[in-house]
Design a protein around this ligand. Structure first.
Ligand code: NDP
Length: 304
């Protein structure tokens, strides 16, 4: 079964919601490719084997356009959804609709996990911690002391950038297509991390002065579509040390293929997906979900 096999719900479904159990959901546009329902439902079934409280918990998938987010958040709250994951394009848009934000959301200006309270939605960002854990698992990289070239300035890049700075990376260079988005992200980060070695650059024109032996991270959406080019030509950079692509579906991207040709250690974003998911599920359930169960479910769904 492909990721698209999980039913995709709409705003109309939400208006007429009749599921009687405890509901969670991922919200995005597009969303059909998301592995999150497979991963979270496997973890919930596993938790339910030892704790019957989780027997009626289910995780759903909603395709909602940006303009529908305010109404949808009100409806999810009224329908008593316990928690939400947000993905493209909602991570930044949701900020105006939160009653509380954790420290990472405050610094990053992006939330990927919402938790219901009676007063409204609390916002969290588990992307950065998932990213750091995925890097460690797959590439043996620690962010502390690293020189990081981060490609992208969207929701995922924001969580990763904050994690790099919280963990005292040596340098952080953020390359983005739209100069204004890159500059806005860097300006916001400078307010929280005034002493950081932090620069932005035009993705199409990597400047002289980029560090060698860097960790290059793709947090753009280039690579999701079959005809996408790589976000950057690695030959235009001083020789990097390692390449991480946050994209996990497809499992290989033009950037990762070039890394393989250049014999550079590289990994895709599957570990990050699993690790951010484990943390989100912990926030909603208060329980420690099995990383192995979630990873196996995500891999099985990808390869089916
Ligand atoms: P956003 O839409 O918030 O940001 C998209 C980013 O990609 C922006 O920086 C945008 O630049 C850039 N971009 C889009 N199209 C192009 C293009 N044609 N050329 C150059 N740059 C482009 O998305 P997210 O940040 O939420 O997601 C980004 C990627 O990270 C996605 O591929 C997503 O699948 C992946 N991801 C993986 C996760 C994991 O757990 N492994 C978690 C979250 C995301 P601009 O500012 O110019 O528009």
């Amino acid at each position: 079964m492909s990721p698209a096999a999980d039913p995709v719900h709409t705003l109309a479904d939400l208006e007429n919601w009749s599921f009687a159990g405890t509901a969670l959901a991922v919200v995005g546009h597009p969303i059909a490719h998301s592995l999150s329902p497979a991963m979270h439902n496997a973890a919930l079934a596993d938790l339910a084997r030892t704790d019957p409280r989780f027997g009626d918990w289910r995780y759903f998938k909603f395709d909602l356009a940006a303009a529908d987010l305010p109404r949808a958040l009100a409806l999810f709250h009224a329908q008593r959804f316990c928690g939400l994951n947000l993905t493209v394009p909602h991570k930044v848009l949701a900020l105006d609709h939160l009653v509380a934000r954790d420290a990472v959301v405050q610094a990053a200006g992006a939330a990927n996990t919402l938790r219901r309270t009676d007063a409204g939605w609390e916002g969290f960002n588990t992307d950065g911690a998932g990213f750091a854990h995925g890097l460690r698992d797959d590439l043996g990289v620690e962010l502390r002391g690293a020189a990081v070239i981060l490609l992208g300035a969207g929701g995922a890049a924001r969580g990763a950038a904050v994690e790099c700075l919280r963990q005292d990376c040596r340098q952080l260079w953020i390359g983005n297509r739209s100069a204004a988005h890159g500059a806005a992200l860097v300006a916001g980060l400078r307010r929280v991390f005034p002493a950081a070695a932090l620069r932005n650059f035009d993705l199409a024109a990597p400047p002289a002065g980029l560090p060698a032996d860097s960790l290059v991270v793709n947090a753009t959406s280039l690579g999701l579509q079959p005809d996408d080019p790589a976000p950057i030509d690695l030959l235009r950079l001083p020789r990097p040390a390692r390449i991480y692509d946050m994209i996990y579906h497809p499992p290989s991207t033009p950037l990762l293929r070039q890394a393989a040709e250049l014999n550079l250690p590289h990994a895709n974003g599957l570990s990050m997906l699993v690790q951010q998911g484990v943390r989100a599920l912990g926030l909603w359930t208060g329980a420690a979900a099995s990383v192995d169960v979630m990873r196996r479910a995500a891999r099985a769904r990808l390869s089916s």
